[in-house]
Design a protein around this ligand. Sequence first.
Ligand code: 3PG
Ligand code: MG
Length: 395
Amino acid sequence: MRTLDDLDVKGRRVLVRADLNVPLDGETITDDGRIRASVPTIKALAGRGAKVVVCAHLGRPKGQVNPKYSLRPVAARLGELLGQDVAFATDVVGDSARATVEALQDGQVALLENLRFEPGEDSKDDAARGAFAEQLAGLAELYVGDGFGAVHRKHASVYDVPKILPHAAGGLIVAEVEVLRKLTEQPERPYVVVLGGAKVSDKLGVIANLLTKVDRLLIGGGMAYTFLKAQGHEVGRSLLQEDQLDQVRGFLSEAAERGVELVLPVDVLAATEFAADAEHEVVEATAIPADREGLDIGPKTRELFAAKLADAKTVFWNGPMGVFEFDAFSGGTRAVAEALIASDAFTVVGGGDSAAAVRGLGLPEDGFSHISTGGGASLEYLEGKTLPGLAALEE
Ligand code: 3PG
Ligand code: MG
């Protein structure tokens, strides 16, 4: 993969694909981690005298202009973090984009409006995507791919534009790939993976692959209930994916055959309803009352998971252990985060919710070896899939 050092950017228009998909509450950015992670590459390019044209998506507006998903608040925050103005184009490839790019001086930065306001960006039709990619590429002379969180998407700005323009990978992508490579190529053992989050169906590919690689797999969060049910336990009104039970039984037997320790919750916080102030109690994971739902792992499980992490040399963690957005059910996620912080292992937090949880719970980011900006992207990498955005940069 070519990197920034291989591009001569001075005085040239450089299109940077960043992942600035941050959580918003109205127009307030509630976690700016992805913007901060995008700053070094943009700064490096501006510092070398490029005219920097940043493009990114926010949410899933499905090809329609929708003010709710405007990147305008992100432009303001990016400007603060860069310490320089960021010009904002109110469209993606229209009059505003062209005029904004035209007005850039060497070392200046612009951000285009949400790429997904254009139907061509995420179209499944190669021709439609290609036509939009041509328009986007027309704004610049060079392309830098740095939106790690979106490299698993075969989208115009990720996959097609680097086929048109001379390109390189930005520093964030280089750093993320280096970390994931460490996890996939001879990780130091014991190698322990902690998975959580709501749905086991989102993680089937990665679990199948990890069972051939890890020493221990710890499962918490909503997906744990489908595992408990597959073992024959009642899970009350907890999240359950009935249609995944066979698949999960397969994982349980494969883990046993391969000697992978698959560790499930032994107790849970069982609540009367899905609410921040729901009445709840600690119950054995094998005895969840019929009218209750598990919203977090219990205290014995927190200790068990911490013990299973204590001697690890490599850890990957993706997905919260419970409904961490509710204070009462954030303890399991906090406990896992703290176990990672306490460990001497090479610890990687995989993107999205887990990274936001770490920051949201006020835990120190530097307690981890790496916090990835990509949730889906890092999982697909660990699954061994070819990621369109990386493949395009490698060509
Ligand atoms: C993410 O939030 O995981 C990335 O920004 C990709 O977004 P997407 O899942 O909507 O494609
Ligand atoms: Mg540590």
